[in-house]
Write a new protein. Structure first.
Ligand code: UT7
Length: 331
């Protein structure tokens, strides 16, 4: 039987502070009713504290994972940090995470694919395992979205939140683990969802700061249109090419950007809401964090052999789907 990369442990971290819809009503011209009906979000978590970046949450998630799996950092071979809000533009968060978790035998790198980052990381990490050369690959995925959100812009500030998750990939000889992946990208989308300045095109200057160009800009409706079509399509496609009917699928693990996008994807796949992982109401859109945080929240309901379809769409545009069979029963 072919060697598969199975998820063998999960960790997660969400910051304490709850930014509720009621608090947002006092900050911008919005309402709990608008946010709830248009997005499904009730509250999101915000990381507070001077000098704390994305890695702070990632490290917490990994520490929980190590505790649960009973291992330490010295056993890790590779760390892939999926994030759009790395601690710094140059020094990679993955290298810092390796250092802080004692992964002295590992190499690590950051992976930027916006909201699809975790799926890209999962597929990349699974290939390291399948090669036979690496035994323990950590995928750390999350974002401190509050560091790039303009809290005077009601079209974006109600959507995003902070959080991170971590998963461990290990070889599985029984056939459980990542079965297939479809990853897509199309740079046409960068005019609809971006941070204009701070990169090599428009380096930071007093002017870019004054023009608020270091914050996320999103043409919501445009992104919505592409997200609905592509997330639904790629999920249906991965089912089809693996001969899976909706009855065969135990769980849809969708990116948590908008409840309406999730519903449309589930509908296209013919899957009832009882099989759809959902936590957008509690965390909002944590970008790279959404999928591992879904697993973190639903871990106790997952059984060995369950068929999971992951699906995501995000900036770039980037999107994709992964088909994975679950490798362990709840303890
Ligand atoms: O994860 C990365 C990928 N991102 C996504 O997948 C996000 C995709 N897009 C969306 O989820 C939705 O487009 C949003 C949630 C961002 C917006 O929802 P929408 O239903 O597309 O709203 P809209 O942009 O068409 O705006 C409708 C109205 C507008 O007012 P008018 O022009 O009709 O008078 C907006 O100005 O709602 C207004 N509006 C708001 N009202 C209250 C926009 N934001 C708000 C707000 N509160 N926060």
């Amino acid at each position: 039987m072919a060697l598969r990369a199975a998820i063998t442990a999960i960790g997660g971290y969400i910051p304490e502070f709850r930014l509720t819809n009621e608090i947002l009503e006092t900050m911008v011209d919005t309402s709990d009713e608008w946010i709830t009906t248009r997005t499904g979000i009730k509250e999101r978590r915000i990381l507070k504290g001077e000098g704390l970046g994305m890695s702070y949450m990632g490290i917490k998630a990994v520490e929980e994972l190590f505790e649960k799996r009973g291992i330490d950092g010295s056993e890790i071979d590779v760390v892939i940090c999926c994030t759009a809000t790395s601690d710094m533009p140059v020094a990679s968060s993955a290298a810092y995470i390796c250092n802080k978790i004692g992964a002295k035998n590992a190499f690590g790198f950051d992976l930027q694919a916006a909201c699809s980052g975790f799926l890209y990381g999962l597929a990349t990490g699974s290939h390291y395992i399948e090669s036979g050369r690496y035994k323990k690959v950590l995928i750390v995925a999350g974002d401190k979205m509050s560091s790039i959100i303009d809290y005077t812009d009601r079209t974006t500030c109600v959507i995003f939140g902070d959080g991170a998750g971590a998963i461990l990939l290990e070889p599985n000889e029984e056939g459980y683990g990542v079965q297939d992946s479809i990853l897509r990208s199309d740079g046409y989308g960068r005019e609809f969802l971006y941070i204009k300045a701070g990169g090599s095109m428009y380096p930071a200057s007093a002017e870019t700061v004054a023009k608020r160009e270091h914050y996320v800009h999103q043409e919501g409706q445009q992104v919505f249109k592409f997200a609905v079509t592509n997330m639904a399509e790629v999920s249906a496609q991965i089912m089809e090419r693996n001969n899976l009917t909706s009855d065969d699928v135990n769980w849809l693990v969708p990116h948590q950007a908008n409840k309406r996008i999730i519903d449309a994807t589930a509908q296209r796949m013919g899957i009832g809401s009882e099989k759809v992982m959902l936590n957008i109401h509690r965390y909002g859109n944590t970008t790279n964090g959404t999928l591992p945080l879904c697993l973190w929240d639903y871990e106790k309901q997952l059984k060995k052999g369950d068929n999971l379809i992951f699906s995501a769409f995000g900036g770039g545009f980037t999107w994709g789907s992964v088909y994975l069979t679950w490798a362990y029963n709840p303890s």
